[in-house]
Design a binder for this molecule. Structure first.
Ligand SMILES: Cc1ncc(COP(=O)(O)O)c(C=O)c1O
Length: 378
């Protein structure tokens, strides 16, 4: 086995699924706020586009994907962020952002070079660190806490680390906290990229799940050396389709595209047709925001009534909730689990987060109310 993977911990969501199955096996109805995989049906017109595109003859899809797909994404990006992308060179389809994030360091990091560090937020989406481990990169987690308001700031990272950085990951709106980044820090990251020459990778899969100001894209601030990772998973409720889009620096994308053929990461063609339909429509996204907004209000009001405090954020379908005074996340999550309520203990996302649990707004509004009743009884 690859030596550098020795320290790999079990993937957090695998552990959550195990705990959930244990409780369900005891006959307790499970209300699952654990994994961020919502249960709202995918819009019918998207499913119909997928079904209509299944061909009689099955042949390999291409890495570059259909021009119509790249153009649909570029048109959406222009409408949403007021940024014009060249659909032939600045856009590349992915099989969801996860695989694209995982594979990128394998292409960009040369472990024999001094510039081989990958910088990433902690807590954060675990694939940023895991992909870098597989690529034998040096890892530099940036600790985000309530003390720095979960804001990743280049000024708070030693400049020798940034000088050795090959990749810097930022993720706003941020999983697990829901925090967003102010414009001055987006600008600061682009300036740091220009100074140190790393590839600035911005994971933007939650930009469409907002309840306040519209979140930004890195490409509104810079393009050279910058990549934005987008996804239909959260925006359009298409997690199983595996459909994402990478946008930004044409030269980096050309190199990545050349390597991705061997990785077998071409988006399935009928998924591409469903994705074209999804990128071309905004009303189903508005409807999803509405549904999450309802669940969000129920849970925020309910948890505050129980005396719990929530980290103030306006984006994502996550709530970052402080555990009661004197409690630790793991023990608190275990007690909730005994009542059939699944939440993610904060430390699942990295050390230093044991004062928090994360709730994904997955259960229906009725189930949210039901969960609050059980919570109150606890
Ligand atoms: C922060 C973050 N980035 C990326 C992903 C991966 O999304 P996708 O379904 O596009 O692979 C997730 C999924 O939960 C996520 O939370």
């Amino acid at each position: 086995m690859n030596e550098s993977l020795r320290n790999l911990k079990p993937y957090p969501m695998v552990e959550l699924a195990r705990r959930k199955a244990e409780v369900a096996a005891r006959g307790i109805e499970v209300l699952d706020f654990g994994t961020g995989d919502p249960v709202e049906p995918t819009a019918p017109f998207i499913r119909e586009a997928l079904a209509a595109a299944i061909p009689d003859i099955s042949q390999y899809p291409t890495i570059a994907g259909l021009a119509e797909l790249r153009e649909a994404f570029a048109a959406w990006f222009a409408r949403r962020f007021d940024v014009t992308l060249d659909a032939s060179t600045e856009v590349l389809p992915t099989r969801g952002s996860k695989e694209a994030m995982f594979h990128l360091p394998l292409v960009l990091v040369d472990p024999s070079e001094a510039k081989r560090t990958v910088v990433y937020p902690d807590p954060g989406y675990p694939v940023m660190a895991i992909g870098s481990l597989y690529a034998n990169a040096d890892l530099h987690p940036v600790t985000l806490t309530a003390d720095n308001d979960y804001l990743m700031d280049p000024a708070a990272i030693p400049s020798d680390v940034l000088a050795r950085a090959r990749i810097v990951w930022i993720n706003y709106p941020h999983n697990p906290t829901g925090k967003d980044l102010p414009d001055e820090l987006w600008r600061a990251w682009v300036a740091a990229q220009e100074e140190h020459g790393f590839v600035l990778c911005s994971d933007e899969c939650y930009t469409e799940i907002y309840f306040g100001e519209k979140p930004r894209s890195i490409l509104q601030f810079g393009r050279t050396g910058c990549l934005a990772f987008h996804s239909l998973s959260k925006r359009s409720g298409m997690t199983a389709y595996r459909s994402g889009m990478l946008a930004g620096d044409a030269e980096i994308l050309a190199r990545y595209k050349a390597c991705r053929a061997a990785m077998g990461q071409a988006q399935t063609e009928w998924v591409q047709h469903a994705s074209i339909a999804a990128w071309n429509d905004e009303s189903h996204v508005e409807q999803r925001r509405q549904v999450f907004g309802v669940k969000r209000s129920i849970m925020i009001r309910g948890l505050e009534k129980l005396g719990l405090s929530l980290y103030p954020t306006d984006s994502t379908f996550y709530l970052w909730v402080s555990v009661p005074e004197g409690e630790k996340d793991e023990a608190y999550a275990s007690r909730l689990l005994e009542a059939g309520i699944v939440v993610s203990p904060g430390s699942m996302f990295g050390p230093g987060n044991d004062g928090f649990i994360r709730l994904a707004l997955v259960p229906t509004p009725a189930q949210c109310k039901h969960a609050l009743e059980r919570w109150a009884a606890l």
